[in-house]
Write a protein that binds this ligand. Structure first.
Ligand code: SF4
Length: 690
């Protein structure tokens, strides 16, 4: 069985074929390319050119433009000519849905066409169809007949192609045979790939997008396995989370989905889909990609030499994790979840690492959030507002928000006022010894203190820090640590890594724990030290999100080392990012989820403005998923598993959905937001804001 990554414990890029898009090379270890898509009307040449230039100047290496019909496809020539006349040679990609005729025109003009196998020939009407095997083969033949002309044109003109599967727009045919599964997504692309290869056409990039990072990550992994197994090679991969939304949540969701795969060495080009102007996507892309092009990246050998684990154990795991040939042991969580993927199970479920419960951490508990306030000299009740607790002097009560941290880390300080009932304190051993309240306060030890039997421990809960990469952890001590912690039902392990490849380093430790059947809960500690919070946000989302998405971690703590350079830490933002990461990995739902498309030339209303209006009146609906989609052509399919949908269906007209079902058609845009609220109320998903 071919595994999806070169290694799970070292950073190694997946080998892919080289694809030429104009003068730009993608795959085959070329730098990871960043790209975006215009939102203007493709018939508005001037506006599309101006927006394309803004994106190019921001750093976009490809520009995608929608071509919904033949006339837009033809107008790509005017857009391309104007860009070239103005000195911009960036390759253009035509985005095609439903219209093979438009694709065949565009393929003669631009450097790349994107087709969606869910709707290039097939249709999506949410119908359950029944096919016999021979009828199914006839359908494949129909696709071959309709798709082959495009392949031939691309071959003749040297045009590249992206076969871009979207989770939300799997065809009725694929859904009927494979269900809503990763196999369905993969098979949808493989059908087109087989046809292209039968014409000896290989200039192809693939994508497997979803608005749910978990689904997206699993689908890409399965695609890689299948390509290797069936074709013996792997095409370059375009990564993206669709309909990620806007602002902080959109960035977190995108960074987790894209970053989890990039950490595994997967991905040759990326697009971050935000409901914002497309040029704003590029800095986010660049902050993500930057992590994988730094010359300071730790070489695997260095990581191996410095690893605190016994070398023998590491070699075993290294063999498993390399898996360039065969998986020799089946004892890794990821391998197990990958196997369940192949059977179509586990698409929405993660395989969470098995742990026992220590207080409110581990086992079935949602991951906890630990707020690191240790740099505040005197912690006051006002400081707790940043982490979700507001003290009301009049009632002498705490208001606890849905984004309230569970623990606060104070280092060597005590807090001199009565804390909210749900908040507990973690402090160093000496501070803990000095406080009388052993229920509210819990000690945190380094590994050496923990191993020292002379040091008193709490009878309830003890946090133990372990830097997975520190040379201060003598190898002999690690085995002692494992032996001591395993039977200790009070110990919560806090894992961090100073290795530049921290995800791999911490993941390696999770494998070590798994190998020894150590089931203590684990809190993932991630420190950010970038100059800008934008970069730190990407850093936190990838380093914590990639592990949580694979079922590792029972809590997170985000630290900000830059504070040492006298830059104040924004605790409110850190707390919000922590909950955002848990929400995006769907490990702890604490707020409304918005699935909003980035908009494009098909968009029928002001998406940014409307998303902001809907967000303002619904952002207290914890756990409710609301989709805001620009057009009726792709919107209903792409809104995936949203509970309610607000979809543009004509100029000034909105169609409202409950799940996949149309509930109100052609609602005037002026009243559509209030009609959406009525719909939420009718379905008893509404609560009044407090
Ligand atoms: S759903 Fe949005 S981004 Fe997708 S095609 Fe429609 S308007 Fe464009």
């Amino acid at each position: 069985m071919q595994f999806y990554a070169e290694s799970l414990t070292e950073y190694k890029r997946l080998a892919t074929l080289e694809v030429k898009v104009g003068d730009l090379l993608i795959g085959n270890f070329h730098p990871i390319r960043v790209q975006t898509m215009t939102t203007t009307d493709t018939m508005d040449t001037a506006a599309t050119v101006e927006q394309s230039i803004r994106c190019i100047e921001a750093g976009s290496e490809l520009i995608r433009i929608t071509a919904p019909s033949k006339k837009e496809a033809e107008n790509l020539l005017n857009i391309k000519n104007e860009l070239r006349n103005r000195g911009y040679t960036t390759p253009i990609v035509a985005d095609i849905h439903f219209t093979p005729n438009a694709a065949e025109i565009a393929a003669r003009i631009v450097e790349k066409v994107r087709v969606n196998p869910g709707n290039y020939v097939d249709k999506k009407k949410f119908e359950l169809l029944e096919y016999s095997d021979s009828e199914y083969l006839e359908e494949i033949e129909r696709i071959r007949n309709r798709f082959t002309p495009l392949v031939k044109i691309c071959k003749e003109y040297g045009t590249a192609m992206r076969i871009g599967t979207n989770h939300g727009s799997l065809s009725d045919r694929i859904m009927s045979r494979y269900g809503d599964t990763p196999i369905g997504m993969v098979e949808s692309a493989m059908e087109f790939l087989r046809i292209a290869e039968s014409e000896n056409y290989y200039n192809i990039v693939l994508s497997m997008k979803s608005s749910n990072p978990l689904v997206m990550v699993q689908a890409y992994r399965l695609l890689i396995q299948n390509m290797h197994a069936e074709l013996g090679h792997c095409y370059p991969l375009h990564l993206g989370v669709t309909e990620a939304g806007d602002g902080e949540d959109g960035r977190i969701k995108s960074a987790i989905g894209i970053g989890t795969l990039l950490e595994d060495g997967i991905g040759d080009t990326i697009r971050v889909s935000l409901t914002e102007d497309p040029e704003f996507e590029i800095p986010v892309c660049r902050n993500i990609v930057k992590r994988y092009s730094l010359p300071t990246q730790t070489p695997p050998e260095e990581g191996l030499t410095n690893t605190p684990y016994p070398l023998k154990e590491f070699e075993i795991h290294s063999e498993i994790a390399k898996s360039s040939s065969v998986i020799t042991e089946q004892n890794l969580e990821i391998v197990e979840s990958s196997k369940s993927l192949s059977s179509g199970e586990g698409f929405r479920e993660r395989s969470r690492r098995e742990t026992f419960e220590v207080n409110n951490i581990g086992n079935k508990h949602v991951p906890v959030v630990i707020a690191d306030l240790h740099k505040i000299e005197n912690i006051t009740s006002e400081n707790l507002e940043a982490i979700g607790y507001t003290y009301d002097v009049v009632t002498d009560k705490w208001n606890i928000s849905d984004l309230a941290a569970d623990y606060v880390f104070t280092a060597d300080k005590q807090i001199d006022f009565a804390l909210p009932g749900t908040l507990k304190v973690i402090c160093y051993y000496n501070a803990w010894l000095a406080v009388a309240d052993n229920i509210k306060y819990s000690p945190i030890f380094d590994a050496e203190q923990y191993l020292d039997d002379k040091i008193i421990k709490s009878s309830a809960i003890n946090f133990v820090m372990l830097d997975c990469y520190s040379e201060e952890n003598p190898k002999s001590n690690i085995e002692n640590f494992f032996s001591k912690v395993k039977p200790d039902k009070t110990a919560v392990i806090c894992l961090s890594s100073t290795n530049k490849n921290a995800v791999q380093s911490i993941r390696r430790m999770f494998f070590e724990l798994k190998e020894r059947e150590i089931k203590n809960p684990v809190v993932i500690i991630t420190d950010g030290s970038h100059e800008s919070m934008d970069e730190n946000l990407i850093h936190y989302a990838i380093e914590a999100g990639a592990l949580l998405l694979d079922g590792f971690g029972d809590g997170i703590c985000l630290g900000h080392r830059f504070a040492e350079k006298k830059v104040s830490t924004d605790h409110k933002l850190l707390n919000s990012i922590a909950f955002g990461i848990l929400q995006a990995t769907r490990t702890r739902i604490s707020k409304t989820e918005y699935i909003s498309c980035p908009s494009c030339g098909r968009t029928l209303f002001d998406l940014q403005d409307t998303t902001a209006k809907i967000r303002a009146v619904t952002n207290h609906l914890k756990g409710v998923k609301i989709a805001i989609m620009g057009c009726i052509v792709n919107g209903p399919g792409e809104m995936a598993d949203a509970d309610f949908g607000y979809v543009g269906s004509g100029p000034g007209k909105i169609t409202l959905y409950k799940g996949k079902e149309v509930v109100k058609r052609s609602v005037s845009e002026d009243v559509a937001v209030s009609e959406l609220i009525n719909l939420i109320k009718e379905n008893e998903a509404w609560v009044e804001p407090t």
